[in-house]
Write a protein that binds this ligand. Structure first.
Ligand code: SF4
Ligand code: SF4
Length: 503
């Protein structure tokens, strides 16, 4: 880690209006009534969707496996409460398109009856591999929004000799404060999760062994969380808790790594390749619950906020809870709601309605009024270069947007479109209200669609070529067989003629 005087400058970013004070001051609400039905998507993570192991009509207990992970990168899904499986079918996804995805519908029985749990008497006696296995079996994924399976990261940690584990407590998006409250209220459990993660990444390769230190990085607008975490980490030399500047998008992994370690993650590389890995504070808390109590990931703390919310709060909800039920609990004024956002206002997704479930990635649900939305009265670019100076990825947003406008997507890619993290800083700062990030989201989607179409046509061509080659091989074989048959026939006739001549 760099010393204080060597701290590198932050690249880009904005001081966005925070809107956190009211919600961050309230304790996490744990009295959310258990919904009658939970809609549990089979894909709440990066990787392959989970595969159901239950049947419709089956009774299940809380924490029971509903769907197992498939392949190297995937995560299982568990019952957030006890009840009966009503359906396994397609339902609208919590996504701007609300297109249907596969979900398990669980009718809860109100008993919240737990399945038997696997608890280790002393988890530090478990092997690092066993820690990873238990974390994987608990369905834990990155709760900062990335939803990458945590066990896979722990395994990569052992393989890549990680020297720094960064625990991301920056929570830089406006409105969101679920991590802040979690750190204030459950600091000891989070630090225990961090220790278990360090143990899970411990390589037993005695020769190349690297000792890993953990750094919990918290933005300096969360002093209570910082002090709680510092007190909880105090007995452990391996864990440091530091304050970092409040500046969006401080939580972006490359920005955070640069700030905390001074290292730059090369383009196209993973942070583990430079000896650094990042997990969110919520993930560390989930690891603590999984290893200490054998509890799979079944719920999370969600920030419900925005001008249309009468009772803004951080509330713990089981996965599969419909947003409509969450909004009823928090008394959201539907008339006043101009936009519903899952996540934060900068990088979150606008949702078309509230009949959509909360999932592992749901850090917040916002009900914003018209006055909270950015002015959409777009004006011509005045070439102020504000968008260039705030871009944390070092791009030239105005040039990329100009190329996208005239459908020159390749030129936009050459200018770094693929490095855009859709953080929205450029749109936020633009005095002409140009929706730059919308251009980049659209263009990135187009580029991916084109690549997939090209990949598909190349694959079709490969299949056609292989088919033609196979037909040609068969035809050639037939020709050779026919020639051989004719030669054999001629030989038989010759021999027959010879025999007849002898007689
Ligand atoms: S911030 Fe807006 S007005 Fe300024 S250069 Fe960028 S696109 Fe143009
Ligand atoms: S949205 Fe993309 S182009 Fe705009 S500031 Fe963020 S990274 Fe840069």
């Amino acid at each position: 880690m760099l010393s204080f005087f060597e701290k590198p400058r932050l690249r880009g970013g904005v001081h966005a209006e925070e809107h956190k004070t009211a919600t961050a001051a309230l304790p996490i609400a744990t009295n959310f009534p258990l919904p009658d039905k939970l809609y549990i998507p089979l894909q709440q993570h990066v990787g392959k969707p989970a595969e159901p192991v239950i049947r419709v009509g089956e009774k299940v207990l809380k924490g029971q496996l509903l769907a197992h992970s498939q392949g190297m990168i995937s995560a299982p899904v568990h019952a957030p409460s006890s009840g009966v499986i009503l359906d396994v079918n397609d339902y609208p996804a919590p996504h701007p398109s609300a297109l249907p995805i596969r979900m398990i519908v669980l009718e809860t029985d109100g008993k919240d009856e737990w399945a038997e749990a696997q608890i280790a008497a002393d988890p530090f006696q478990l092997t690092p591999e066993e820690i990873s296995l238990r974390v994987g079996a608990a369905g834990i994924v990155g709760l900062g929004g990335a939803t990458f399976p945590t066990a896979v990261k722990l395994n990569m940690g052992r393989e890549n000799h990680i020297d720094t584990l960064i625990i991301n407590g920056s929570e830089c998006e406006p409105y969101l404060c679920c991590d802040d409250r979690l750190m204030q209220e459950r600091a000891e459990q989070i630090i225990d999760g961090v220790r278990l993660m360090l143990h899970g990444m411990d390589s037993r390769d005695a020769i190349n062994r690297v000792s890993t230190n953990a750094v919990v990085a918290i933005e300096d607008n969360k002093p209570q969380a910082f002090h709680a975490m510092q007190a909880a980490a105090e007995p452990y030399e391996q864990i440091k808790v530091i304050q970092i500047p409040t500046r969006y998008p401080m939580g972006w992994d490359r920005q955070l790594i640069r700030y905390v370690t001074g290292k730059e993650v090369p383009v196209g590389c993973r942070s583990s390749e430079i000896g650094v890995t990042i997990h969110n504070v919520g993930t560390a808390y989930a690891v603590h619950k999984a290893i200490r109590y054998g509890q799979p990931l079944l719920s999370r703390v969600v920030t419900v906020a925005g001008g249309a919310v009468k009772r803004p709060m951080n509330v713990e909800v089981p996965f599969g809870t419909l947003i409509s039920e969450l909004f009823d609990f928090c008394e959201v004024d539907k008339e006043q709601t101009a936009r519903i956002i899952m996540g934060g206002p900068m990088m979150g997704d606008s949702l078309p309605h509230t009949a959509l479930p909360t999932v592992k990635a749901t850090s917040g649900i916002l009900a914003l009024t018209q006055s909270e939305l950015k002015n959409t009265d777009e004006q011509p670019c005045i070439r102020c270069a504000g968008c260039v100076s705030v871009c944390p990825a070092g791009l030239r947003p105005l040039d990329m947007a100009n190329n996208i406008r005239i459908n020159q997507l390749d030129a936009a890619v050459d200018l770094g479109l693929k490095d855009c993290i859709s953080c929205g800083c450029c749109s936020y700062i633009c005095p002409s209200n140009i929706p730059l990030v919308q251009y980049f989201k659209y263009a990135s989607g187009e580029v991916i669609a084109r690549q997939q179409a090209q990949h598909k046509s190349e694959q079709t061509k490969r299949l056609m070529d292989a088919r033609n080659a196979r037909i040609e091989r068969i035809a050639q074989q037939q020709r050779e067989d026919e020639l051989a048959w004719k030669a054999a026939k001629a030989e038989r006739e010759r021999l027959k003629a010879e025999q007849e001549a002898l007689v």
